[in-house]
Design a protein around this ligand. Structure first.
Ligand code: AHR
Length: 525
């Protein structure tokens, strides 16, 4: 562990006066960041591999209901408290024509799915997804096809979903057995349109032009909708993601409500400490884009609408199932997660909370089987490690985000690739403790990742706003070692309730175990 640079005198003073050398976390209810938007606990269903077919939907399965919804998966999704669900892609959406997926199932055309090399049967589409989302109790978030699709097709989809009656696509929905409109509020204007891999990939000027016209038609059809523009997802060494972001913001600043960003990290070289620092990169990107947005907002004409916010509408760890045979077909992207991945996810969620004033949507990618917290077979399922931190945050980390002071030892990383195909990063001072906190209904919720692989970190959590009151509840995600993993019939990593602790006045001293994520919930007097 890299030691802090104490002078000899300070070390001497500490030893004779008996000062604590514990790490410190200070919580002050007056130091706030912003309100946490519950939509940061979103997820994502794409027609990819076994996310839809064999994941949330499996016709004829003994585990499914008469609609084909896998009930074991539905239960696990509900227990995850997913606040928003993005659909139907992803790269898939850039070759998706929504009309293929509505109406009598036996009349729907099977299509070659070019993004992930599958046959798309279209037996699951808009109405099946909406029924499922209702059952889950989650807010739908649709993406339109800005690749091979037209602006007219996007308009017609909004009409089909949101217009009560009259025009032909509203009437078509009624004919299909859905008399009431679905009223889908969140719509993104394409997916990763800056990526050369995207079908119908555009340059920034062409995308902005197409997105602005699509937005016009979509808003004229359903004025209350919120629109998300495709920000840059291309952080490859030869790309300039912020050049794209600047252009899109300049062109769409009056029109859209969010800018979408995507990020996948990984640990291909098996370096735990480098890997655990990757959420810092997400935070840096957030702050840069926040600055770009602030600059554009000075000249924007938005009436009384909110400024543009960031939607991290795809994030996760993804590197094992990311080339060759793992990228295509029926079993694409079937990543299996371990404890270190769960700690990285907790780090992402901490970063969203610390930036709650600007990050208002976040969607883990994806929901089932495909880089996902839930994994199925034909007759079973299990919960992956990354499920647990997400569930703890989604259940408890609400309210006002607090600007927390953290003083702890740090480590230095090498220069390394953030994820496959990504640019490199390097940090001189990664804090071993990664912390966020919020205040909600008289409770303080503190989320702490101890990145240290081998050592527990004794920490004083100091309330600057009065004494702690009563017992402090504690839940921890951990495992025997950083590679601990879950599988069918095996759970090595999960969330576990610990014995509650008491503070002394305004100081709670707690020993955060090595390689752990801990959530503490406390009240003040
Ligand atoms: O989530 C997997 C894929 O990653 C999505 O389809 C795409 O948007 C991103 O590149």
């Amino acid at each position: 562990m890299k030691k802090k640079n104490f002078s000899l005198v300070a070390v001497f003073m500490v030893s004779i006066c008996g000062f604590s050398q514990n790490a410190r976390i200070k919580i002050d209810l007056d130091r706030t960041v912003g309100e946490i938007d519950e939509k940061i606990y979103g997820n994502f269903v794409e027609h990819l591999g076994r996310c839809v077919y064999g994941g949330i939907y499996e016709e004829g399965s003994e585990l499914a209901d008469e609609r084909g919804f896998r009930l074991d998966v539905l239960k696990a999704v509900k227990e995850l408290k997913v606040t928003q669900m993005r659909y139907p892609g992803g790269n898939f959406v850039s070759n998706y024509h929504w009309k293929d997926g509505v109406g009598p199932k036996n009349e729907r055309p099977p299509r070659m799915e070019l993004a992930w090399a599958r046959l798309e049967t279209n037996r699951f589409g808009t109405n099946e997804f909406m029924e499922w989302a209702h059952e889950v109790g989650t807010e739908p978030y649709f993406a339109v096809n800005m690749g091979t699709g037209t602006i007219e097709e996007a308009q017609q989809w909004v009409e089909y979903c949101n217009v009560a009656e009259g025009p032909c696509y509203a009437e078509l929905r009624k004919e299909h057995g859905y008399p009431e409109p679905w009223n889908i509020k969140y719509w993104s204007l394409g997916n990763e349109m800056d990526g050369f891999w995207q079908m119908g990939h555009l340059n920034a000027e062409d995308y902005a032009k197409k997105a602005r016209e699509a937005a016009k038609l979509m808003k004229l059809t359903s004025p209350g909708i919120k629109l998300i523009a495709a920000g840059s997802s291309n952080y490859r060494p030869d790309a300039d993601p912020n050049e794209w972001n600047v252009k899109i913001l300049a062109e769409l600043r009056d029109v859209v409500d969010y800018l979408a960003l995507h990020m996948y990290v990984g640990n291909p070289n098996d370096d735990y400490y480098n890997y655990l620092s990757t959420p810092m990169v997400l935070e840096e990107r957030t702050k840069i884009v926040k600055g770009l947005i602030a600059r554009e907002m000075e000249n924007a004409d938005r009436g009384d609408r909110d400024p543009i916010y960031i939607a991290w509408d795809e994030y996760n760890s993804w590197y094992r199932a990311r080339d060759g045979e793992y990228m295509t077909g029926e079993r694409a992207l079937e990543e299996r997660y371990n404890l270190e991945d769960a700690l990285v996810i907790a780090g992402f969620l901490n970063a969203f909370i610390r930036n709650a004033d600007i990050v208002k949507i976040a969607n883990m990618a994806q929901m089932v089987n495909v880089i996902a917290p839930i994994f199925t077979s034909e007759d079973d399922m299990f919960i992956q490690t990354i499920y647990y931190p997400l569930q703890m945050f989604a259940r408890n980390a609400h309210g006002t985000s607090l600007d927390v002071f953290v003083d702890c030892e740090t480590y230095k990383t090498e220069e390394f690739f953030v994820g496959l195909g990504e640019s490199t990063t390097q940090h001189d001072a990664v804090p071993y403790l990664d912390v966020s906190a919020s205040y909600n209904n008289d409770e303080i919720i503190i989320n702490v990742v101890n990145r240290h692989k081998d050592e527990a970190i004794a920490t004083d959590i100091i309330s600057q706003s009065g004494d702690f009151d009563g017992e402090i509840s504690i839940v921890e995600v951990n495992g025997l070692n950083i590679k601990a993993t879950n599988d069918f019939g095996k759970t090595e990593v999960k969330s576990e309730k610990k014995k509650p602790v008491m503070a002394k006045g305004n100081v709670l001293t707690y020993n955060f175990p090595a390689h752990s994520f801990t959530q503490l919930i406390a009240k003040l007097k």
